[in-house]
Design a protein around this ligand. Structure first.
Ligand code: SAH
Length: 249
């Protein structure tokens, strides 16, 4: 069975190179090959090479970037893994649902599964860049898994989803949609534009933001907007700006 080139595993700001090597190994075991490292503390590293064993190719091909935004810019679906739920509740998936979604959407777009720091996980801003969150239902007494172990559990679910081979059903569902999903990068431009216009029309006060933009993110993330819909909304915002400007001139 070939590897899944459109599924990217992203590790954010990993401290221990052993976890990077362990991740590469878990990925290759489960048929994955695209690894992105966001600002790793120690990389390249002999320890990572040792832990990767025969998955050295995955390590060598890993993409190293500075921010999570860069790592997922080309992705249409991003799922963030987290051991605990955060202040603003976000759409949650089980490991099984996450894997099914990633495998299905990877047939027509780039998708990503994101993991956080060993000590503090993903911060709120990073979690809010994700469309969904996934939690491994570990024991409530100690629910935080070792990073590479968490990668293994979720990559195994991806493997199971591939082996279930429900491609026929998924294809029918995909064919029904006429447009591609918007990528993270396109949607990020939209959020910037939206925020600017909301400030312009005095709906949004950047000095007292409350959770407005986070709620907007959650809303549009849930809808999973397509590229054409995104263009329409950008056009609406541009016209609002023109009108405001026209009135002022
Ligand atoms: N103390 C941190 C745990 C970090 S563990 C926290 O509370 O967030 C390092 C990473 O492994 C996490 O960021 C997450 O990506 C993954 N991870 C660990 N346990 C997990 C679990 N039960 N469910 C989902 N992801 C988990």
């Amino acid at each position: 069975m070939n590897t899944l080139p459109h599924i990217k595993i992203v590790l954010v700001n990993t401290s221990h190179p052993g976890n990077i090597g362990g991740t590469a190994r878990a990925m290759k075991n489960m048929g994955l090959s695209r690894l992105a490292l966001v600002n790793p503390v120690e990389f390249p590293s002999g320890v990572a090479v040792g832990r990767a064993a025969s998955a050295l190719d995955v390590l060598e091909q890993a993409e190293v970037v500075n921010t999570l935004g860069e790592a997922i810019a080309d992705c249409a679906l991003v799922i963030g893994s987290s051991a605990r739920s955060r202040s603003l509740p976000w759409p949650m998936l089980t490991p099984e649902q996450s894997a099914a979604k990633l495998v299905k959407e990877s047939r027509s777009a780039q998708v990503a599964l994101v993991f956080g720091r060993e000590d503090s996980g993903l911060n709120n801003e990073e979690l809010q860049l994700c469309h969904f969150h996934v939690q491994i239902p570990a024991s409530p007494e100690y629910s935080s898994l070792n990073l590479a172990a968490a990668v293994m559990v979720l990559c195994y679910e991806i493997r199971r989803a591939v082996l279930r081979d429900d491609e026929a059903d998924d294809k029918a569902e995909d064919e029904y949609w006429d447009q591609e999903r918007a990528t993270v990068e396109q949607v990020e431009y939209f959020y910037e534009h939206l925020e600017r216009v909301l400030v312009e029309i005095d709906f949004h006060d950047p000095d007292n933001p409350r959770q407005l933009m986070q709620r907007m993110r959650r809303l549009f993330g849930r809808v999973r907007i397509d590229a054409m819909e995104m263009n329409i909304l950008r056009g609406v915002l541009t016209n609002i700006e023109h009108k405001i400007k026209g009135r002022r001139d």
